[in-house]
Ligand binder design. Structure first.
Ligand SMILES: [Zn+2]
Length: 410
């Protein structure tokens, strides 16, 4: 079997396992499918002869490929097992060989078109894997998982490829902000790392949002509606008022791009007695997050003034921080990634990611970990697809990059 077909088989096998993260539980990992995929990867890494291969009690998968160059520093490769809860993860993948550059009809009747997906134009001739239009594909981040497994297998099979020690880490529940919550700093022996969890090809993400989560609770009082006069305090009205005060024409996901931050109300539930709104706060400028939190507090106070008796509580929790600062302490993480793209002959660019990655949290732990693209498209959407050609490029780049690192030592 050629390497490309092996990659396709591997990717199709991984996306066929439903690993949807579940934000409504405190269990870790939040869904059983992540353990199922993790066990399979553990077995594959062990079969390849890696050292220290474990699926730990939290479901995280670890492995260690010894280097074949003396004194080279260890480098971490990281991807996440879970998929976003924003759509079903029960995927029936569909393969398109030699994509013709036109509209793609999905089994559901939906379409991926150059209008809704402008990047399509550059992908003619590629092998694409799409969903059937009713679920995610899960290329975010099984493209990264498949690429890392291929990199490891190719190193094992081709001992002439130089590399230092490679530490492998597959995390759980990245999509619900818990990707690194069960990692102890001392478990990471690498001096730097790469997350393979990005869209398209040739992109090195060296900046992420800084991120907080605001949970806003509205506490009212329920009565039978027949005797509500003067007694009922409807928390739903408070939540609705609060939501209507949030900016939409600015500082929202719908109205911002590039370096602009936002407040994103993304979850609402409740009843008369109690209602809850959850709001994501995002900015490249960490200080801006407290401005956003203050604005929410002011809105909360104004709502409680207009609905006497209603109390509004806002809790803000830190999620992750912009990784740019940490990467500055080891700039070769980005420089060598650029050099590897040059060596492979692929165009590349530095970028920032309007989101976070496990890399942002690993960087905060002292392991600078920029993010690399791995052929993902339309992530978190039922129009998700992946380019096999670009996953191949990521593999080739990764092999070259680890070769460059093998000439560096501490
Ligand atoms: Zn991802």
């Amino acid at each position: 079997m050629n390497l490309r077909e092996r990659l396709i088989d591997r990717f199709l096998a991984y996306v066929s396992i439903d690993t949807t993260a579940n934000p409504d539980t405190d269990r870790y990992p939040s869904s059983e499918g992540q353990r199922v995929l993790g066990k399979r990867l553990r077995d594959e890494l062990a079969a390849l002869g890696l050292e220290e291969v474990i699926q730990d009690e939290h479901g995280l998968v670890w492995g260690w490929l010894p280097g074949n160059v003396p004194n080279a520093s260890p480098i971490l490769l990281n991807a996440h097992l879970d998929t976003s809860p924003e759509a079903s993860g029960k995927c029936i993948p569909h393969r398109i060989d030699r994509y013709d550059g036109g509209r793609i009809e999905l089994a559901s009747g939906d379409w991926i078109t150059p209008d809704n997906t402008p990047e399509l134009g550059a992908l003619a001739g590629h092998t694409l894997i799409t969903t059937d239009g009713t679920s995610l594909l899960g290329g975010d981040d099984k493209a990264g998982v498949a690429a890392i497994m291929e990199i490891v297998q190719r190193f094992v099979e081709q001992p002439s490829l130089p590399h230092g020690p490679v530490q492998i880490l597959f995390t759980c529940d990245e999509e619900i902000g818990r990707g690194t919550s069960r990692i102890q700093r001392q478990q990471i022996r690498a001096i730097a790392g790469y997350t393979l969890d990005g869209g398209g090809a040739g992109t090195i993400d060296e900046e992420t949002f800084s991120a907080d989560l605001a949970t806003v609770r509205f506490l009212g009082r329920n009565t039978h509606p027949s005797v509500g006069k003067g007694k009922m305090i409807n928390a739903l009205r408070g939540a609705a008022q609060f939501l209507s005060m949030m900016p939409a024409a600015s500082d929202s996901p719908e109205s911002t791009e590039g370096r602009e931050g936002f407040m994103h109300p993304y979850h609402f539930d409740g009843g008369v007695a109690e209602a809850k709104v959850q709001v994501l706060l995002r900015s490249f400028d960490t200080a801006m997050l407290s401005n956003y939190a203050n604005l929410l507090k002011a809105h909360g106070q104004s709502v409680s003034r207009t609905i006497p008796g209603l109390s509004v509580h806002i809790e803000v929790t830190e999620q992750y921080r912009n990784m740019a600062d940490g990467i500055r302490s080891r700039p070769e993480t980005v420089k060598l990634a650029e050099k590897a793209f040059e060596k492979c002959g692929y165009p590349f660019r530095r970028d920032r990611i309007r989101g976070g990655t496990d890399g942002a949290l690993l960087t905060a732990m002292g392991v600078p970990t920029p993010n690399l693209s791995v052929g993902q498209y339309n992530i978190h959407s039922t129009r998700e697809f992946a380019s096999i050609d670009q996953i191949e490029q990521a593999i080739e780049h990764g092999i070259c990059l680890l070769g460059l690192w093998s000439t560096c030592s501490e």
